[in-house]
Design a protein around this ligand. Sequence first.
Ligand SMILES: Cc1cc2nc3c(=O)[nH]c(=O)nc-3n(C[C@H](O)[C@H](O)[C@H](O)COP(=O)(O)O)c2cc1C
Length: 209
Amino acid sequence: MELDPEALELRERYAVMISLIVPRPIAWVSTISPDGVPNLAPFSFFTGITAKPMSVCFAPVNNRDGREKDSLVNARATGQFVVNLATEANAAAINQSSADYPYGVSEFEKVGLTPLPSVKVRPPRVKESPAQMECQLLRVVTIGEGPLAGNLVIGKVVHLSIADALWNGGQPRHQDLKAIGRMEGSWYARTGDAFELPRPSSVAKPPKS
Ligand SMILES: Cc1cc2nc3c(=O)[nH]c(=O)nc-3n(C[C@H](O)[C@H](O)[C@H](O)COP(=O)(O)O)c2cc1C
Protein backbone atom coordinates (compact mmCIF):
# COMPACT_ATOMS: atom_id res chain seq x y z
CA MET A 1 0.00 0.00 0.00
CA GLU A 2 1.47 3.35 -1.03
CA LEU A 3 -0.28 6.39 0.40
CA ASP A 4 -0.23 10.13 -0.09
CA PRO A 5 -1.25 11.57 3.30
CA GLU A 6 -2.87 14.55 1.57
CA ALA A 7 -5.19 12.16 -0.31
CA LEU A 8 -6.48 10.64 2.93
CA GLU A 9 -9.35 12.01 5.02
CA LEU A 10 -8.12 13.70 8.21
CA ARG A 11 -9.69 10.91 10.25
CA GLU A 12 -7.76 8.29 8.23
CA ARG A 13 -4.45 10.15 8.60
CA TYR A 14 -4.93 10.32 12.35
CA ALA A 15 -5.90 6.64 12.54
CA VAL A 16 -2.79 5.50 10.66
CA MET A 17 -0.50 7.81 12.65
CA ILE A 18 -1.67 6.54 16.03
CA SER A 19 -1.50 2.96 14.79
CA LEU A 20 2.06 3.22 13.45
CA ILE A 21 3.66 5.49 16.03
CA VAL A 22 3.51 3.06 18.96
CA PRO A 23 4.03 2.66 21.81
CA ARG A 24 3.92 6.32 22.78
CA PRO A 25 4.98 7.55 26.22
CA ILE A 26 2.33 9.61 27.99
CA ALA A 27 2.88 13.05 29.49
CA TRP A 28 0.24 13.55 32.19
CA VAL A 29 0.35 17.33 32.06
CA SER A 30 -0.76 19.60 34.89
CA THR A 31 -1.15 23.33 34.34
CA ILE A 32 -2.89 26.19 36.12
CA SER A 33 -5.08 28.96 34.75
CA PRO A 34 -4.08 32.57 35.40
CA ASP A 35 -6.83 32.76 38.04
CA GLY A 36 -5.57 29.63 39.82
CA VAL A 37 -7.69 26.66 38.63
CA PRO A 38 -5.54 23.52 38.09
CA ASN A 39 -5.93 21.44 34.92
CA LEU A 40 -4.77 17.93 34.09
CA ALA A 41 -4.75 15.95 30.81
CA PRO A 42 -2.73 13.17 29.12
CA PHE A 43 -0.74 13.73 25.91
CA SER A 44 0.95 10.86 24.10
CA PHE A 45 2.52 12.93 21.34
CA PHE A 46 5.29 13.50 23.87
CA THR A 47 9.04 13.06 24.01
CA GLY A 48 12.26 14.22 25.62
CA ILE A 49 14.48 16.49 23.51
CA THR A 50 17.90 16.84 25.12
CA ALA A 51 19.60 16.80 28.52
CA LYS A 52 21.33 20.15 27.82
CA PRO A 53 19.13 21.80 28.95
CA MET A 54 16.88 18.99 30.18
CA SER A 55 13.86 19.56 27.95
CA VAL A 56 10.65 17.86 26.88
CA CYS A 57 7.79 18.56 24.50
CA PHE A 58 4.17 17.51 24.01
CA ALA A 59 1.66 18.26 21.26
CA PRO A 60 -1.85 19.45 22.12
CA VAL A 61 -3.84 19.41 18.88
CA ASN A 62 -6.63 22.00 18.52
CA ASN A 63 -10.18 20.75 19.06
CA ARG A 64 -12.50 20.07 16.08
CA ASP A 65 -14.11 23.47 16.58
CA GLY A 66 -10.69 25.16 16.47
CA ARG A 67 -10.48 25.76 20.24
CA GLU A 68 -7.04 25.31 21.76
CA LYS A 69 -6.75 22.66 24.48
CA ASP A 70 -6.89 24.03 28.03
CA SER A 71 -3.37 22.72 28.72
CA LEU A 72 -1.98 24.84 25.88
CA VAL A 73 -3.97 27.93 26.90
CA ASN A 74 -2.64 27.66 30.46
CA ALA A 75 0.95 26.78 29.52
CA ARG A 76 1.08 29.79 27.23
CA ALA A 77 -0.60 32.13 29.72
CA THR A 78 1.54 31.15 32.74
CA GLY A 79 4.71 29.91 31.00
CA GLN A 80 4.71 26.72 33.09
CA PHE A 81 3.57 23.10 33.11
CA VAL A 82 4.36 19.83 34.90
CA VAL A 83 4.79 16.40 33.29
CA ASN A 84 3.65 13.70 35.72
CA LEU A 85 4.79 10.13 35.03
CA ALA A 86 1.96 7.93 33.71
CA THR A 87 1.96 4.56 35.45
CA GLU A 88 -0.13 1.38 35.53
CA ALA A 89 -1.51 2.24 38.96
CA ASN A 90 -2.90 5.50 37.56
CA ALA A 91 -4.17 4.20 34.19
CA ALA A 92 -7.89 4.67 34.90
CA ALA A 93 -7.36 8.17 36.32
CA ILE A 94 -5.16 9.14 33.37
CA ASN A 95 -7.83 7.98 30.94
CA GLN A 96 -10.61 9.75 32.87
CA SER A 97 -8.64 13.02 32.97
CA SER A 98 -8.79 13.15 29.16
CA ALA A 99 -12.55 13.90 29.25
CA ASP A 100 -13.40 17.25 27.66
CA TYR A 101 -14.31 19.17 30.82
CA PRO A 102 -15.06 22.88 30.26
CA TYR A 103 -12.23 25.36 30.78
CA GLY A 104 -12.02 26.27 34.46
CA VAL A 105 -13.07 22.83 35.72
CA SER A 106 -10.29 21.01 37.62
CA GLU A 107 -9.68 17.40 36.53
CA PHE A 108 -7.96 16.91 39.91
CA GLU A 109 -11.39 17.35 41.52
CA LYS A 110 -13.37 15.50 38.86
CA VAL A 111 -11.08 12.45 38.86
CA GLY A 112 -10.32 12.51 42.59
CA LEU A 113 -6.57 13.20 42.49
CA THR A 114 -4.47 15.13 44.99
CA PRO A 115 -2.82 18.37 43.82
CA LEU A 116 0.60 18.58 45.46
CA PRO A 117 2.36 22.00 45.45
CA SER A 118 5.28 22.01 43.01
CA VAL A 119 8.75 23.08 44.13
CA LYS A 120 9.59 25.66 41.43
CA VAL A 121 6.44 26.29 39.37
CA ARG A 122 2.82 27.29 40.08
CA PRO A 123 0.92 24.34 38.52
CA PRO A 124 0.48 21.59 41.13
CA ARG A 125 1.90 18.09 40.66
CA VAL A 126 -0.12 14.88 40.87
CA LYS A 127 0.62 13.36 44.28
CA GLU A 128 -0.44 9.89 43.05
CA SER A 129 2.25 9.93 40.31
CA PRO A 130 5.70 8.70 41.42
CA ALA A 131 7.76 11.17 39.33
CA GLN A 132 7.22 14.71 38.07
CA MET A 133 9.08 17.14 35.83
CA GLU A 134 8.37 20.80 36.53
CA CYS A 135 8.81 22.81 33.33
CA GLN A 136 9.30 26.39 32.26
CA LEU A 137 7.88 27.04 28.80
CA LEU A 138 10.58 27.65 26.17
CA ARG A 139 8.32 28.07 23.15
CA VAL A 140 5.19 26.89 21.34
CA VAL A 141 5.64 25.85 17.72
CA THR A 142 2.37 25.77 15.77
CA ILE A 143 1.95 23.40 12.79
CA GLY A 144 -1.06 24.09 10.55
CA GLU A 145 -3.95 26.30 11.57
CA GLY A 146 -7.53 26.08 12.84
CA PRO A 147 -9.28 22.82 13.80
CA LEU A 148 -6.85 19.94 14.49
CA ALA A 149 -3.79 22.14 13.95
CA GLY A 150 -0.81 20.98 16.01
CA ASN A 151 1.05 22.84 18.70
CA LEU A 152 4.39 21.64 20.01
CA VAL A 153 4.83 22.86 23.56
CA ILE A 154 8.52 22.84 24.46
CA GLY A 155 9.66 23.20 28.05
CA LYS A 156 12.85 23.24 30.09
CA VAL A 157 12.75 20.95 33.12
CA VAL A 158 13.55 23.21 36.07
CA HIS A 159 12.86 20.67 38.80
CA LEU A 160 12.60 16.90 38.95
CA SER A 161 10.93 14.84 41.71
CA ILE A 162 11.22 11.04 41.91
CA ALA A 163 9.96 8.74 44.65
CA ASP A 164 12.95 7.59 46.72
CA ALA A 165 12.00 3.95 46.15
CA LEU A 166 12.45 4.44 42.38
CA TRP A 167 15.67 6.47 42.37
CA ASN A 168 18.06 3.49 42.19
CA GLY A 169 21.21 5.65 42.12
CA GLY A 170 19.95 7.79 39.23
CA GLN A 171 18.82 4.95 36.97
CA PRO A 172 15.20 4.13 37.82
CA ARG A 173 14.30 0.59 36.64
CA HIS A 174 11.35 0.13 34.29
CA GLN A 175 10.35 -2.90 36.39
CA ASP A 176 9.79 -0.50 39.31
CA LEU A 177 8.39 2.50 37.37
CA LYS A 178 5.68 0.49 35.60
CA ALA A 179 5.15 3.29 33.07
CA ILE A 180 2.37 2.83 30.51
CA GLY A 181 2.24 3.78 26.84
CA ARG A 182 -0.49 4.65 24.38
CA MET A 183 -1.32 2.48 21.37
CA GLU A 184 -4.01 2.82 18.67
CA GLY A 185 -7.71 3.28 19.49
CA SER A 186 -8.30 2.88 23.19
CA TRP A 187 -5.34 0.51 23.76
CA TYR A 188 -2.58 1.08 26.28
CA ALA A 189 0.69 -0.82 26.68
CA ARG A 190 2.49 -2.01 29.79
CA THR A 191 6.29 -1.87 29.85
CA GLY A 192 6.75 -5.21 31.59
CA ASP A 193 7.88 -7.11 28.48
CA ALA A 194 11.12 -5.22 27.76
CA PHE A 195 14.29 -6.83 26.39
CA GLU A 196 17.91 -5.75 26.48
CA LEU A 197 20.53 -5.29 23.75
CA PRO A 198 23.85 -3.61 24.62
CA ARG A 199 24.78 -0.67 22.36
CA PRO A 200 27.47 -1.68 19.81
CA SER A 201 30.90 -0.13 20.48
CA SER A 202 31.88 -0.17 16.77
CA VAL A 203 30.40 -1.37 13.48
CA ALA A 204 29.37 -4.90 14.40
CA LYS A 205 28.86 -7.80 12.01
CA PRO A 206 25.32 -9.18 12.10
CA PRO A 207 25.15 -12.52 13.96
CA LYS A 208 25.47 -15.65 11.77
CA SER A 209 22.14 -17.39 11.33
C1 LIG B 1 -3.69 8.43 26.66
C2 LIG B 1 -4.16 9.66 25.93
C3 LIG B 1 -3.26 10.38 25.17
C4 LIG B 1 -3.66 11.56 24.52
N1 LIG B 1 -2.75 12.23 23.76
C5 LIG B 1 -3.10 13.40 23.16
C6 LIG B 1 -2.14 14.13 22.39
O1 LIG B 1 -0.98 13.77 22.24
N2 LIG B 1 -2.56 15.31 21.84
C7 LIG B 1 -3.82 15.78 22.03
O2 LIG B 1 -4.13 16.87 21.52
N3 LIG B 1 -4.75 15.11 22.74
C8 LIG B 1 -4.42 13.94 23.33
N4 LIG B 1 -5.33 13.25 24.08
C9 LIG B 1 -6.65 13.85 24.31
C10 LIG B 1 -6.58 14.92 25.43
O3 LIG B 1 -6.15 14.33 26.65
C11 LIG B 1 -7.98 15.54 25.60
O4 LIG B 1 -8.30 16.27 24.45
C12 LIG B 1 -8.09 16.42 26.83
O5 LIG B 1 -9.46 16.77 27.02
C13 LIG B 1 -7.31 17.71 26.72
O6 LIG B 1 -7.50 18.40 27.94
P1 LIG B 1 -7.33 19.94 28.14
O7 LIG B 1 -8.28 20.66 27.19
O8 LIG B 1 -7.69 20.11 29.59
O9 LIG B 1 -5.90 20.30 27.85
C14 LIG B 1 -4.98 12.03 24.67
C15 LIG B 1 -5.91 11.28 25.42
C16 LIG B 1 -5.51 10.10 26.04
C17 LIG B 1 -6.51 9.32 26.83
